[in-house]
Each structure stands twice: as structure tokens, then as C-alpha cells.
Design a protein around this ligand. Sequence first.
Ligand SMILES: [Zn+2]
Length: 234
Amino acid sequence: MAVNELYQYSLVNALMSGVSESGITAKQLIEKGNIGLGTFVKMQGELLLLDGKVYQLLAGGKIRIADDTDQIPYAVCTRFKPQSTETLTLENKDSVDTVLEKFNDHASNLFMAYRIEGRFRYLKCRTVKGQEYDGQPLSELGKKQFVAEYDNIEGTIVGFRSPSAWQGFFVAGEHMHFIDKDLKVGGHVLDIADGEVSMGVATIHQIHFELPTSEKFNSAKMSTDDVGLKSVEG
Ligand SMILES: [Zn+2]
């Protein structure tokens, strides 16, 4: 994988159909990029790839470093090299999109990756609690996620923006995961207020897909549930 190419394993629609029993290993993911996000087997928490380490952000606010052999049923990553880095204030979550637009307003149908470092006056994150039965769809898990709010917290956000037409393959729009400076808490970012940050951005136009060959993936009935996806990944 060259710099600023996107690698993705499986599809968000597969998670929506509950396909999450196996995947590539953490070791394999690290070879594909240096920043990324995803989830673990049975959707046990959120995944964050940061500087060659794969973190499992668990419900309850705990974090563990994944073993090389941990399996990953869904992930997206890139070998990130920012094309622009700026110091700025993020008033809210939508400000991220404003920054991306300012950097490149001809990328509506392209992908973008970003890395944000700094201090946030307020941050709201969620972590999925994991499947309670085999094949439980992600849309159902969204109703029982762990949500935490943090005041005055320092850390890193890794994010991707995907075009709206790719909903279901990716999460359309912004998708970002956070980890704090001390690597103690983190999750899927729901809300941001007043971030004093440094933000690196890159436009992506090369995409590599790897799809599972498992029987579960093969037999899953997949369709794009836009409303469901927005409720769980918004
Ligand atoms: Zn997420």
C-alpha cells in the first residue's frame, strides 16, 4: 500500500447483517497502514489503529492493545501522509467537514483521511458492547451502546470521510474514533465542542477492498439501511 491509499476489509453492510465472527489479523492490518478504524470479532468494542498499534476501545471506557493474532471483521486504514496540517479550532463535529472542504472543495466524490491532535473542551464517544448472540446485526447493537462524555480531554482523533453514494460499503460522511493522550479511554466520536487542535488532512482516490471468503459473509443478505446506519454510526 502506497501513501494515502485506502485499504478496507469487508463492508459496513456486513456488520449491519451481523457478519463479524472472523477476519484479518491485527498483524495483517498494521501492514496495510498507520492510522485506521474498525471493530473486533463479535463487535467487541471499537478499533483504532494509531502509529503501528491496534487498540481495542471497550465499552466501559477500558482500552487494551490487540494481540497480533486478534481477528478483525471490519477495518479501514491508510498509510497516512498529511497533504496539509493546520492549527485550528473545531467548534463542533461539523467543523471537521468545514476544514476538509476548505482544504479541498472538489472531493465530494473522493475519500478523505485526517488526524486531529489536541485538547477538547468536550467530547462524546460511544463504544459498541458486542454481540449478545451469533449474527446479531449492528443496527440492534446501536440501541445498547456505551456512551461517555469527557470534559477538557487531550488526545487524537483518526477519521475518514466517504462520499454519500458509498453508504453501506463505508460509513458515508464523517467516521472518527478517539483515543486520549494517556491511552486510557476512547471510542467512536459522536460529538465535539471547542477543540484546540492540529489537523492533518489528505485526499484519497485509490481504494483497495478485501472481502471475507467465509460462509457467513457469503450467505448474508446485504442491503444498505441508510436510516439504521445513521442511527448507529452517526
Ligand atoms: Zn466507528
